[in-house]
Design a protein around this ligand. Structure first.
Ligand code: S3P
Length: 426
């Protein structure tokens, strides 16, 4: 679908909620499927990725029903059954990598498949630790599809070279079924929603700095309300920061410190942003965010902050085009393994728009402040975060732009354009 970004507004104003957190939505379905009893999940994400997870667990014999618009009821006896068909993870790396950890310890064979983009993404990062635990996984070229011959697993101590919540969660979910204590450590702390939710559901899990340990556990059902997704909020925050005269309040946004790297970057850049009414909901930090148009300066983004803003780098690149001076993003080579090679695709898209941006092996360098020209067509490379980042760049551009493949926004944020229509003001 080709989308023309309409410049029918002067500034952004409003008081909004964004869709619920995608990472927590996936995990709430997976973990409540493993718990014996009835779980209620409120404010479940309407993105296509969490729906892929829902369908995988329906295929594994779990009863999952919507009881109202965004409320889902999961009924399980705590046991998964052999699926009747291939488990289609769609575009979702989280579905595939976390499910692999769960399925490795089951007593049946299953196959996880994905779309074209997911089939190119590296699975060695999970096949390696799972195999060390005794898992039997067959794949060609260590990519999807994955054939998993479930079996008894044993615990490991695993020091991951990358800070990846998907790898960490995969090992922990396998560890929860293994004999002994599984210990996972990572170079920096990646998002910790798995640890928080498993603990909330009664798992034998302990965290200590960048290390987590888990033992065999029985989970209790949950009644959970999922917060707004800071990764979805990011597009609105950047639009408000960069469009003169804008001011926005975003309600009930997840503020887990392993996800708020973008807020730290905005503060470093001099952005006017504040948190109102911080609270804890189902173990997760939540609050309202107030943000307004700001004069920004470039900054350095590297090291421990990278996993805390990994999904926001495309929209941070857009933000950096509107900041005075140089923004250098490094240590982000894993961006090349996302839904697209996000270093290449972001740099090439923003260059087409007239930004002063260059690729480096592990990130990018952006020099601002530049006017974005527009009057061109940009490609999304089947990547939802590019579709939404380029849309915001299109709002800033002098002339209208067209985005090819805009429908990919629906992977995480089907109502993205409607919500922008609500806040565009004259
Ligand atoms: C996710 C973890 C991150 C992130 C992805 C969602 C998760 O991936 O990019 O969008 O829900 O665990 P990595 O853990 O591979 O960095």
């Amino acid at each position: 679908m080709r989308k023309v970004v309409e410049k029918d507004f002067k500034y952004i104003k409003g008081d909004i909620e964004v869709p619920s957190d995608k990472s927590i939505s996936h995990r709430s379905i997976m973990f409540s499927s493993l718990a014996k009893g009835k779980s209620i999940i409120r404010n479940f994400s309407d993105g296509q990725d969490p729906k892929s997870t829902m369908n995988v667990f329906r295929n594994l014999g779990i009863e999952i029903e919507y009881i109202s618009d965004k409320t889902v009821c999961v009924k399980s006896n705590g046991i998964l059954s052999k699926p009747n068909s291939v488990l289609d993870c769609g575009n979702s790396g989280t579905t595939m990598r976390l499910c692999a950890g769960i399925l490795a310890g089951q007593n049946f064979i299953s196959i996880l498949s994905g779309d074209q983009s997911l089939s190119k993404r590296p699975m060695k990062r999970i096949i390696e630790p799972l195999s060390l635990m005794g898992a039997k996984i067959i794949s060609t070229k260590e990519t999807a599809p994955l054939l998993i011959n479930g079996c008894d697993l044993h615990s490991i101590e695993y020091a991951s070279k990358i800070a990846s919540a998907q790898v960490k969660s995969c090992v922990l979910l396998a560890g929860m079924q293994a004999n002994g204590v599984t210990v996972f450590s990572e170079p920096y702390l990646s998002r910790n929603h798995t640890e928080i939710l498993l603990k909330y559901m009664g798992a034998n899990i302990k965290t200590d700095g960048f290390s987590v340990s888990i033992e065999k556990s029985e989970l209790t059902p949950i009644d959970i309300t999922i917060c707004g997704d800071i990764s979805s909020a990011a597009y609105f925050i950047v639009a408000a920061l960069t469009i003169p005269g804008s001011k926005l309040i975003l309600r009930s946004i997840g503020l887990n410190p392993t996800r708020t790297g973008i807020l730290d970057v905005i503060k470093k850049m001099g952005g006017r942003i504040s948190i109102l009414d911080k609270r804890v909901v189902c173990g997760e930090d939540v609050g309202d965010i107030e943000v307004e148009y700001s004069q920004l300066k470039g900054c350095e983004i590297s090291g421990e902050i990278i996993p805390r803003l990994i999904d926001e780098i495309p929209i941070i690149a857009v933000l950096a085009t509107q900041a005075e001076g140089e923004t250098v993003i490094s240590d982000a080579q894993d961006l090349r393994n996302k839904e697209s090679d996000r270093i290449k695709t972001v740099v090439s898209g923003l260059k087409t728009l007239g930004a002063n941006i260059d690729e480096t092996p592990e990130g990018m360098v952006i020099c601002g402040k530049t006017e974005l020209n527009g009057g061109c067509e940009l490609e999304t490379y089947n990547d939802h975060r590019l579709a939404m980042s380029f849309y915001v760049a299109g709002l800033l551009a002098q002339k209208e732009i067209t985005i090819d493949g805009f429908e990919w926004a629906g992977i995480s944020f089907p109502t993205f354009e409607n919500l922008f229509a609500e806040v565009k003001s004259n």
